[in-house]
Design a protein around this ligand. Structure first.
Ligand SMILES: Cc1ncc(CO)c(N)n1
Length: 225
């Protein structure tokens, strides 16, 4: 299946994400507050863009069912994920509201531009490909961590938030987005599949960069205000 092929192609990146000190820190129950603060600040920008990308997908949808699905994703990005941010803020001892008007840092800008390009140039398959690495890598990370985390790990409720479809009901967003790609794949040319794979892998790498940006505090070198 096409989804299996692209997940396979992403394995080296997924491996690097799981080895990243930020992610390893979550597993060990200890991440520097400075990294958590940049993460929450930048993820607020990221999720706002993510919601707009789903809005673009909603506009391009042909059925009410699809529209409903993307509308739920908008809601999830804008409302439900801030509950996950609250957990990280509590651990870091910071206020959630401090981060609501932050400027996108370089890698946030690059990642959101990559998402918007898919909306501008592509169809629903391109959009599915660019958004999938977000929930998919988080599901994979949390599954690996939850098995090894100590019971008093402060990140446990954050990790569990991203655990996804543990019962295999198939109604979670990752399953549905991969199903969208698999349904279309038999009719796609090799070149089209390559394009979609490329978009997917780029987002996977940008997921790595997003962890790294928060961990290393990377920012624009020249600030003009
Ligand atoms: C950057 C990023 N990727 C994935 C997720 C999880 O959806 C998130 N909140 N932020």
């Amino acid at each position: 299946m096409f989804s299996e092929e692209i997940k396979q192609a992403a394995q080296p990146i997924l491996h690097d994400i799981q080895q990243h000190p930020f992610v390893q820190g979550i597993q060990a129950g200890k991440v520097p507050s400075t990294a958590l603060a940049v993460y929450v600040e930048q993820d607020t920008c990221f999720l706002n863009a993510f919601a707009k990308v789903f809005a673009g997908a909603l506009v391009k949808s042909q059925t009410t069912e699809r529209m409903r699905f993307f509308s739920e994703q908008i809601q999830y990005s804008l409302a439900d994920e801030s509950a996950a941010h609250q957990i990280l803020c509590d651990i870091a001892g910071i206020e959630l509201t401090e981060h609501q008007h932050a400027e996108p840092r370089p890698l946030t800008a690059l990642y959101t531009e990559h998402l918007f390009t898919a909306v501008r140039e592509g169809d629903l398959l391109d959009i599915a490909a660019v958004v999938l690495p977000c929930p998919w890598t988080y599901n994979e990370i949390s599954r690996a961590i939850v098995e090894n985390a100590a019971p008093d790990n402060p990140f446990l409720s954050w990790i569990e938030f991203y655990q996804g479809d543990e019962e295999g009901t198939g109604d979670d967003s990752v399953t549905q987005l991969f199903a969208m790609l698999d349904e279309a794949a038999p009719k796609l040319s090799a070149q089209r599949k390559e394009e979609i794979t490329h978009r997917f892998l780029r987002s996977c790498e940008l997921e790595y960069d997003f962890w790294e940006q928060a961990y290393s505090q990377k920012d624009w070198k020249y600030q003009w205000k």
